[in-house]
Design a protein around this ligand. Structure first.
Ligand code: DAT
Ligand code: MG
Length: 139
């Protein structure tokens, strides 16, 4: 089933010149980028995007990191896009992300782990609306 998922190329990946590498992998997999923008988070967007994490002990570090520089937001569409992007991202912790995945190949920190991808269709729908208006998507 064709799905849409929200991807963020996080501030560390932008700083490390990995935008192209990550976009290449998404396109090489056959997924389609239907929206893309560079932006900087503000506190309100961080708290909305990471609503499930705001009360956790690691949230202050995560919030500081996501505010630390621009990100690239991408709307990605294709069959099973949510699961495929999670697979390509690799596990959250840098010590568990397998080589061949984006985090497995490039991440050396759990906080600074290069990429965000929605973890369910429900979250994808919510997160997509945080970053894109319908007229910014080109299906
Ligand atoms: P994911 O980004 O793989 O969906 P998540 O939603 O559980 O992971 O957490 C969001 C981000 O928060 C994650 O990319 C990095 C950070 N994070 C998660 N668990 C953490 C932990 N135990 N220590 C430090 N940072 C953590
Ligand atoms: Mg998550």
């Amino acid at each position: 089933m064709a799905e849409r998922t929200l991807i963020l190329i996080k501030p560390d990946a932008v700083r490390r010149r990995l935008i192209g590498e990550i976009v290449s992998r998404i396109e090489a997999k056959g997924l389609k980028i239907i929206g893309m923008k560079m932006l900087r988070f503000d506190g309100a967007l961080a708290d909305a995007h990471y609503a499930e994490h705001v009360h956790k002990d690691f949230y202050p570090a995560l919030r500081q990191f996501i505010l630390s520089g621009p990100v690239v937001a991408a709307a990605v569409e294709g069959p099973d896009a949510v699961a495929l992007m999670r697979l390509m991202m690799g596990k959250t912790r840098h010590t568990e992300a397998v080589p061949g995945t984006i985090r497995g190949d490039f991440a050396f920190s759990t906080t600074e782990n290069l990429i965000h991808g929605s973890d369910s269709l429900e979250r994808a729908d919510i997160e997509m609306r945080l970053f894109f208006r319908e007229d910014e998507l080109f299906a």
